[in-house]
Design a protein around this ligand. Structure first.
Ligand SMILES: [Zn+2]
Length: 457
């Protein structure tokens, strides 16, 4: 009889400690350590074991130029948004985590992908819903797949038994927090349980070449062992996000061993499932009748994809106490920096003003190329003068008030042209050596914020 072994785990980030700690040294959260039983039989036992494979291959060093590899044959899923964020399709044997807040539509997305992959045998394992509930959801969708199997199960050993019988080409786990392995004593959803189940699934994916998609919940309180622990273990992490009250959702890559990160997929949530949005700029720009103060359009880049996005701001005298600085969808520190630049270089008196900044459409942006649009929007609200709706911006603003070049300016300019803008303001350093005559849109070059101000207002 083995001695019961326990350890303490931070329920927020998964850090491990032999004794209880009040404050987590790795993520800084208070009171997150919980004791978990990690009595586990020696590794190798009980995890995924493919039948008949007993021999172990020994690896020897090879010369790097003698290493052969073939470009992994990927499966194109038929969902252009998913293929893009994965870097061109599903890689066989990959372990992919889809994270997001509860209720955002992760199960709907995964079920839809399972149903879209026709010609493949799919096993959709759910620890959250019964088979009937999954069927009801599938019936509402516009796609169907005769080879999609559902299983309502939470024990990993039971799942592997069924997997060995069915031999699916693709496995979906909804969700990793509901799984439990009999080799760990803790409750489902605890850090050690999540870690063990993921390790078993990882082993299964690598040894059989079956892609496995895991759904992981993130809670604001961090009370469930969130994907933070998982992120280190899996090959690819996709974030599914958006405002639950809005109809569109964003799928973005935050880690990818098989492709670039910062790719973006946009879906529209419909009654019959999720629909890919081919031209996102059209939904991100508000259709409006009149020109408003405090609104400016920025040309940004998300991965390889140019997007036009609306920045709104409200600058108004603070009525009580310390002026507020609030930004939604945009980095607050970056906003404060831009406000300081406007104050120092532009002579705007913002010390006694409340400033609210909002990125329309519930998007979260971090492209410095939006600085110019943010400044234009702030100036517009401060001066009570609208920015013409035919103009958009692409440029980074430096501490000296200089307008700096941003990457892939050509893509941004063409996207603005495609959407019918008449003028785009860019840094003059960005378009050096660029043939501007091929654009119909007027490209206005500036080198300082001041010049932008004089041109626009
Ligand atoms: Zn922690």
């Amino acid at each position: 009889m083995a001695k019961i072994k326990t350890s303490f785990f931070c329920q927020n980030c998964g850090a491990q400690s032999p004794k209880w700690l009040g404050k987590c040294p790795s993520c800084g959260q208070w009171n997150t350590y919980v004791e978990e039983i990690i009595q586990k039989e020696e590794s190798g036992k009980g995890t995924w074991k493919p039948s008949g494979s007993g021999t172990k291959k020994t690896n020897t060093p090879k010369k790097i130029k003698e290493v052969n590899y073939e470009e992994q044959a990927r499966w194109v899923t038929g969902d252009p948004e998913l293929d893009r964020v994965l870097g061109g399709g599903i890689v066989p044997g990959s372990l992919v985590l889809i994270g997001g807040e509860p209720g955002i539509g992760k199960s709907t997305l995964m079920l839809q992908i399972a149903l879209t992959l026709s010609g493949k045998t799919i096993l959709y394992v759910s620890g959250e819903e019964s088979e009937a509930q999954i069927k009801m959801r599938a019936d509402r969708m516009a796609v169907s797949n005769p080879d999609c199997y559902v299983l309502s199960e939470t024990n990993t050993q039971q799942i592997f038994q069924q997997v060995e019988l069915l031999k699916p080409d693709f496995l979906v786990i909804d969700s990793i927090q509901t799984l439990n392995s009999q080799y760990v004593e803790s409750a489902a959803g605890s850090v050690s349980q999540v870690r063990e189940c993921t390790a078993e699934l990882m082993k299964f994916a690598k040894e059989t070449g079956t892609p496995v998609f895991l759904i992981g919940h993130v809670t604001k309180e961090g009370s469930i062992a969130g994907p933070k622990v998982l992120e280190h273990m899996v090959d690819t992490v996709l974030q599914f996000e958006g405002d639950r009250h809005l109809t569109y959702r964003i799928l973005r890559t935050s880690k990818n061993r098989f492709g670039s990160t910062h790719e973006l997929g946009i879906y529209e949530m419909r009654v019959d499932g999720l629909r890919s949005v081919a031209n996102p700029s059209e939904i991100l720009l508000t259709q409006r009748e009149e020109v408003l103060n405090g609104v400016a359009i920025g040309a940004m880049l998300e991965g390889n994809r140019p997007l036009l996005i609306e920045i709104q701001s409200l600058v108004s005298p603070a009525t009580y106490g310390t002026p507020q600085r609030t930004s939604t969808g945009h980095d607050a520190k970056r906003l404060n920096m831009l406000l300081a630049v406007l104050e120092k270089r532009g002579g705007m008196r913002l010390g006694n003003q409340d400033v609210f900044l909002n990125v329309a459409g519930g998007m979260r942006v971090d492209d410095p190329g939006l600085d110019l649009a943010v400044c234009a929007s702030l100036i517009s609200s401060y001066e009570d003068t609208p920015v013409s709706e035919q103009i958009c911006f692409a440029g980074e603003v430096g501490l000296g008030g200089e307008v700096r070049a941003v990457s892939r300016i050509e893509n941004r300019i063409s996207e603005a042209e495609k959407l019918g803008f008449k003028k785009i303001v860019v840094s003059k350093y960005a378009v050096k050596g660029l043939d501007l005559s091929k654009f119909k849109i007027k490209v206005i070059q500036v080198s300082k914020l001041e010049e932008m101000y004089q041109l626009i207002f």
